[in-house]
Design a protein around this ligand. Structure first.
Ligand code: DX5
Ligand code: ZN
Length: 219
């Protein structure tokens, strides 16, 4: 399967957000990744449904909303209404994970569950088959521009084996420190969807960067 590239707008120029989204769309992006942070679950604050609504007006690409917030159930409906296509929630924030996944589905979005680097894959037991994707964090969430944690590779491999063993079509998404240098090994471990913020938005030529990443992922 071809690599799905999801630029994270966290590293975009917010004063020109519409143009930035159009630019990555024209450069070959497949999804637009939107990082929502609340200053509680993670030590940073970013954006809310209003920005998703604005992004929705600028692109037809799937909007992939990564919720790094406490009590995500309270906001899923609003993000869905604002135009999210995919919504992921951290297992660490969801005491009733099954209910939260059902809420994402019933609001018309595709559900994903996110695991922090030190959160075990066993959190996905009994829910994996309901998920459209699993997002494995390869940095501790909160900021763009951090280095890829190499221990994530074994975790990706292990999740790939579970997905194959159960005959599932669940996608594996990886987020944090993905760039032209790291994407090859991340792809080889079994990743389908690659989130990249700084590697794309801080590069001089989005098109060259995205095609370089797709080529390196296919090697
Ligand atoms: C981190 C966010 C990421 C972030 C990735 O908490 O979830 O999506 O934007 O940034 P880079 O690609 O710069 O590591
Ligand atoms: Zn993210």
């Amino acid at each position: 399967m071809n690599a799905i590239i999801a630029p994270s707008i966290l590293s975009a120029d917010f004063a020109r957000l519409g143009q930035e989204i159009t630019a990555v769309e024209q450069a070959g992006a497949d999804w637009i990744h939107v990082d929502v942070m609340d200053g509680h679950f993670v030590p940073n604050i970013t954006l809310g449904p209003m920005v998703v609504e604005a992004a929705r007006k600028t692109t037809a690409l799937p909007l992939d909303v990564h919720l790094m917030i406490d009590n995500p159930d309270e906001f899923i409906g609003e993000f869905a209404k604002a135009g999210a296509d995919l919504i992921s929630v951290h297992a660490e924030t969801c005491p009733h994970l099954h209910r939260t996944v059902e809420l994402i589905e019933s609001s018309g979005c595709r559900p994903g569950v996110v695991l922090n680097p030190a959160t075990p894959l066993s959190c996905l037991d009994w829910i994996l088959e309901r998920l459209h994707f699993v997002l494995l964090m390869s940095v501790n969430p909160g900021f763009g521009g951090q280095s890829f944690i190499d221990a994530s590779l074994d975790k990706i491999l292990a999740l790939r084996q579970i997905i194959v063993r159960h005959g599932l079509s669940t996608l594996i998404q990886v987020d944090g420190g993905v760039n032209a240098q790291t994407i090859g090994k991340i792809a080889a471990a079994g990743t389908d969807v690659f989130v990249a913020g700084s590697a794309i938005f801080k590069s001089p030529d989005y098109s060259q960067t995205i095609s370089g990443m797709k080529a390196a992922a296919a090697e």
